[in-house]
Ligand binder design. Structure first.
Ligand code: EPU
Length: 424
C-alpha cells in the first residue's frame, strides 16, 4: 500500500506534543540486549519501521522479542542465540542493523553480517567499524557482500577514529564490553545516544567510562558479570527539533513535552538567532512560538554538540521564507540536500553548489506534489507543506515512517490540516 500525506498549508500549529524514545538510541540498545544471557526490558520504544527491522534481526539470531504497543516497551530474551548471521534482506533495509556485528562479536566471538552499502544520503562507509574490530583482535574478511568475523579472544586496545563516527563508536563499545583488558576509543562520537548506550551497558554490569566526551574507556568484564535489566530510552532530540520547526514555521505556539532540552542547545540557539521564542517550562518541556518573519542564518552541520545533520533539512525549510540569504554547509554527508529539488517546486529560491546550499528567502511557498527521498528530507517537506499556500502532497511516506511515530496524527493534534491516504 503506497501511502501519502495531503497537507492544506497555512494553519498555525498550536497545543502540545509529546516526543517518543530516540530512534537512534533504541536501535543500539536493542542490539546490546544480546550481550546478556537473559531478559531485558526497554521502555520508551517508539513503534517505527526501523524498530521492527531491528527486532527481526534479533529474532533471526534466535532471541525472543515481545513488543507491547500500549506500554511502548519491548522485552528481549536472548538466553539462546542460535544464529550468528544478519542477512542482507534486513541489513540493506536499515543501515543501523550493522551494529549487531559488535554485539555478536562480544557474545559469540563470531558473526556474519551483511554489508549495508551506501544509501540515498551518501556512501556511508563502514571501514572504521571493521578496522576497529580488527584492532581488538577480530579477523574480518569480506565475502559475497558479508563481513565474516571471528576472534579466539578480544583484547582491549587503543582505537582512534579519523572522524567521530556514531555507529563505529557504538560497534566498538559493544565489542569491548567483554574483551580482556581496557579499550580506549579516541575521537569518539559524543552524541547523547552514545551516553545512553553507555548507561544501558553500565546498568547491565559493564564498565564504560567517558561517554559524552571524545575519549571512552571500556574495561572488559566477565560475561557472568552482566545481568538482566529494565531501562528507559532517552527522548528523541531529532523528533523534538522537527516539531519545534513545524510550530515555528507556521507562526504557531506550542509546548514540546518529554524532551531533554540540553540535547538541542546548538539547534535552539540557532532558532533563537532567527527570531523564534523558546522558553524552558520545566526540565523536560519547552514552549516555542513565533510571530514575525524569521531572519536568515548560516550554519555548518557538525558532529554533536554542533548543528545536527539530521535537522539540516528542517532548518532549510525555515530558511526558504526567512528574511535575507542563508547558507548551509553539510559537512557529514555528500548527498543530503535531496529536499532541494522538491522545495524548488514549491517556489523556494535555493542554489546548491556541492555541499553548500544558498537559500534566498521568498515571501511564501506554494503547495505542490513532492516526494520523500529519505527520512529527514521527507520530514522537511511535511514542514514545508504546513507552511505553504495551498495543497501539498508528500509521496513515499514509508521513508518518514522509519523515524516518526504517528507523525500525521501528532501534527493533526496540533491543528495541522494533514491527512494520510493511499491511492489503492
Ligand atoms: N564514516 C566513514 N567510515 C565509517 C563510518 C562513518 O567514512 O566507517 C563517515 C560516514 O560516511 C559519514 C560520517 O562518517 O560521512 C558520519 O557517519 P556516522 O558513522 O557518525 O553515522 P551513522 O552512525 O551511520 C548515525 C545516525 C544518523 C546520523 C549520523 C550522524 C543512527 C542509526 N544513525 O549514523 O541518523 O545522521 O549518526 O549524526 O544512529 C537519521 O536518523 O536520519 C540518520 C541518518
Amino acid at each position: 500500500m503506497v501511502e501519502k500525506l495531503k497537507i492544506q498549508g497555512g494553519e498555525a500549529l498550536k497545543g502540545e506534543v509529546s516526543v517518543g524514545g530516540a530512534k537512534n538510541s533504541v536501535l543500539k540498545l536493542l542490539a546490546a540486549t544480546i550481550l546478556v544471557k537473559g531478559s531485558t526490558k526497554i521502555y520508551n520504544v517508539p513503534h517505527l519501521t526501523d524498530v521492527d527491522i531491528m527486532l527481526n534481526v534479533l529474532s533471526g539470531l534466535g532471541a525472543q522479542c515481545v513488543y507491547n504497543k500500549e506500554e511502548k516497551s519491548v522485552v528481549i530474551n536472548s538466553e539462546n542465540i542460535t544464529s550468528i548471521t544478519a542477512r542482507y534482506e534486513l541489513v540493506s533495509k536499515m543501515r543501523a542493523s550493522f551494529i549487531i556485528l559488535g554485539a555478536l562479536m562480544s557474545r559469540c566471538r563470531e558473526a556474519i553480517v551483511a554489508l549495508p552499502g551506501g544509501c540515498a544520503i551518501g556512501e556511508r562507509r563502514v571501514d572504521f567499524h571493521i578496522k576497529g574490530l580488527e584492532t581488538l583482535g577480530c579477523e574480518c574478511k569480506i565475502e559475497d557482500g558479508y563481513v565474516i568475523a571471528n576472534a579466539s579472544k578480544l583484547i582491549g586496545s587503543l582505537i582512534c577514529f579519523d572522524i567521530p563516527s556514531v555507529g563505529a563508536t557504538e560497534n566498538i563499545m559493544l565489542a569491548s564490553v567483554l574483551a580482556e583488558g581496557s579499550t580506549r576509543i579516541q575521537n569518539a562520537a559524543q552524541e547523547p545516544e552514545i551516553i545512553d548506550l553507555a548507561n544501558f551497558l553500565n546498568t547491565m554490569g559493564a564498565d564504560v567510562n567517558g561517554a559524552g566526551t571524545s575519549e571512552i574507556i571500556i574495561n572488559g568484564v566477565k560475561p557472568d558479570h552482566l545481568h538482566s535489566i529494565e531501562y528507559t530510552t532517552i527522548p528523541d532530540r531529532i523528533e523534538a527539533g522537527t516539531y519545534m520547526t513545524a510550530i515555528i514555521a507556521t507562526k504557531g505556539k506550542g509546548i514540546i513535552r518529554n524532551i531533554y532540552p540540553a540535547h538541542l542547545t546548538f539547534f535552539t540557539n540557532k532558532l533563537l538567532k532567527m527570531g523564534a521564542n523558546i522558553k524552558l517550562l520545566d526540565p523536560t518541556s519547552m514552549e516555542v512560538s513565533c510571530k514575525n518573519r524569521l531572519n536568515s542564518i548560516n550554519f555548518i552541520t557538525q558532529p554533536y554538540p554542533g548543528f545536527p545533520t539530521d535537522l539540516q533539512s528542517m532548518a532549510m525549510a525555515l530558511l526558504t521564507t526567512s528574511n535575507g540569504v542563508g547558507i548551509i554547509t553539510e559537512s557529514l554527508y555528500e548527498n543530503r540536500f535531496m529536499q532541494v529539488q522538491h522545495l524548488l517546486r514549491m517556489g523556494a529560491d535555493i542554489h546548491q553548489d556541492r555541499n553548500h546550499a544558498i537559500i534566498k528567502g521568498v515571501r511564501r511557498l506554494t503547495g505542490a506534489t513532492v516526494a520523500a527521498s529519505d527520512l529527514r528530507a521527507g520530514a522537511s517537506l511535511v514542514v514545508a507543506g504546513l507552511m505553504a499556500n495551498g495543497t501539498t502532497i508528500v509521496e513515499n511516506l514509508h521513508h518518514v515512517d522509519r523515524g516518526y511515530e504517528k507523525f500525521d496524527e501528532k501534527l493533526r493534534a496540533l491543528g495541522g490540516n494533514i491527512i494520510r491516504y493511499s491511492d489503492d
